[in-house]
Design a protein around this ligand. Structure first.
Ligand code: NAD
Ligand code: ZN
Length: 211
């Protein structure tokens, strides 16, 4: 068993902080702008952070000038992602290859404006996912880290599986949550193609284009 390498990814925001002029209004809610004011990266329009988050969730463009915001992002609450390289775990079909074990921890909290029931508490979750430590696997983990930092991995909503509302659930990026067997486990010859397509659709850069 080798010592796990831990790669910690913190969720970050994609807005530039900015100070509004006195009496300046948010172009989304028309309330006066106060402390939590942000500017979008590709234009000069400024909004309440919560308003901008909610608007951009539907369309990645400025609601005023329609400039496309190139940094994609979702609405995952504060969370951590840890990647451990496990030499003692193997994905089905990769018997002699170590495994990237991804641990997502999304603690319970209270929903904010970008969620479906603002002000209401939500259930947190800890999820594990597995990727073989091949070149394709490494590239996928880099893309998953990018997606996670932009809040795209989980959302707050109603779980299709459990029917529970106000819960942290997987958003649209599929993960292998079982080392071997079943539709959520390895092997799956189409998984890398499918998940990379999902990431392409979300405008997550290709691994070779990531910083
Ligand atoms: P959900 O049921 O609302 O489905 C959202 C998406 O996740 C769908 O695309 C679905 O295909 C996919 N998905 C469903 N079950 C999955 C699974 N077992 N592994 C990987 N992807 C899955 O999503 P949800 O409420 O987030 O729940 C998904 C499942 O994860 C449930 O069965 C839940 O009980 C389970 N779960 C897993 C862990 C873990 O550590 N892996 C922890 C808690 C719950
Ligand atoms: Zn704008």
């Amino acid at each position: 068993v080798c010592v796990p390498h831990a790669l910690k990814a913190e969720k970050k925001d994609n807005f530039l902080p900015c100070v509004p002029l006195p009496k300046q209004e948010c172009s989304i809610c028309f309330e006066k702008l106060k402390s939590d004011t942000v500017r979008l990266s590709n234009c000069t329009h400024i909004f309440h952070k919560q308003c901008a988050r909610q608007a951009l969730q539907h369309k990645a463009q400025c609601p005023v000038c329609r400039n496309v915001v190139d940094e994609p992002f979702g609405c995952c609450p504060p969370a951590t992602m840890t990647v451990n390289l496990r030499c003692d775990k193997h994905c089905g079909g990769f018997p002699s290859i170590p495994t990237y074990e991804i641990v997502y921890n999304v603690p319970a909290g209270r929903q904010t404006a970008e969620h479906e029931n603002p002000g209401v508490k939500f259930r947190g979750t800890v999820r594990l996912a597995y990727v073989p430590a091949t070149v394709h696997g490494r590239n996928l983990v880099l893309r998953l880290c990018y997606a996670f930092r932009r809040g795209m991995t989980f959302r707050v909503g109603t779980s299709l599986t459990s029917g529970l509302s106000n819960s942290v659930v997987w958003a649209s990026i599929h993960h292998k949550t079982v080392l071997a067997g079943g539709s959520f486990g390895w092997p799956d010859p189409n998984y890398f193609d499918n998940v990379n397509d999902e990431l392409d659709h979300l405008k997550v850069p290709k691994a070779q284009d990531l910083p």
